[in-house]
Ligand binder design. Structure first.
Ligand code: K2U
Ligand code: ZN
Length: 173
């Protein structure tokens, strides 16, 4: 188990179309474990493999928000959205690769997702609410898409400039 560094936008690895996971190797299992640990440490409620520099189609999530409720860590290999609702919802999104920047993003309110679990079984589940927003946000990462790509050019440029400044400051530290 190890916490891996999270790439910060702008970074070409965050814009790449990720490759499907071909086999459920121990390396993939270790990566999933590290991604969950990295996500909880951030803290966040989702994380995609490209955010830790691995351009493979693997995401982790745990959107359980109630403090007393048991966590529900999920590992989705090669996730595919098989259905999206007509209804849309707006959520103020953030991103661990774009720290401290938030903006309203509109997405389908409910989605059905099919994926391969680490045990090799095929799973399919409908997600609503924050889980739906999160799974769409994570699958976007696998296609090199960030939530700021849904904003106007001006807003996106402003956020990108702030991240470039943050990276310069971190490099000097
Ligand atoms: O992909 C990521 O960067 C993880 C995000 C996932 C996420 C973003 C927006 C909306 C839902 C999920 C992190 O968890 S960012 C932290 C966060 C948590 C709740 C709401 C917004 C941002
Ligand atoms: Zn993100």
């Amino acid at each position: 188990m190890s916490i891996r560094p999270i790439l910060i936008h702008p970074d070409p690895r965050l814009k790449k179309l990720c490759d499907p996971v071909e086999s459920l190797s121990t390396e993939i299992g270790q990566l999933a474990e590290d991604m969950l640990e990295t996500m909880y440490d951030a803290p966040g409620i989702g994380l995609a493999a490209p955010q830790v520099g691995v351009t493979r189609r693997l995401i982790v999530m745990d959107c359980v928000k109630e403090a007393e409720a048991p966590p529900r860590p999920m590992v989705l290999v090669n996730p595919v959205i098989t259905w999206s609702s007509e209804a849309r919802s707006v959520y103020e999104e953030g991103c661990l690769s774009i720290p401290e920047q938030y903006a309203d993003v509109e997405r389908p309110a409910e989605v059905r997702v099919r994926w391969t679990a680490l045990d090799g079984t095929t799973q399919e589940e409908e997600f609503k609410g924050l889980w739906a927003t999160c799974v769409q946000h994570e699958i976007d990462h696998l296609d090199g898409k960030l939530f700021i790509d849904y904003l106007t050019g001006l807003k996106r440029q402003m956020i990108t400039r702030r991240m470039e400044k943050l990276k310069r400051e971190r490099a000097r530290a």
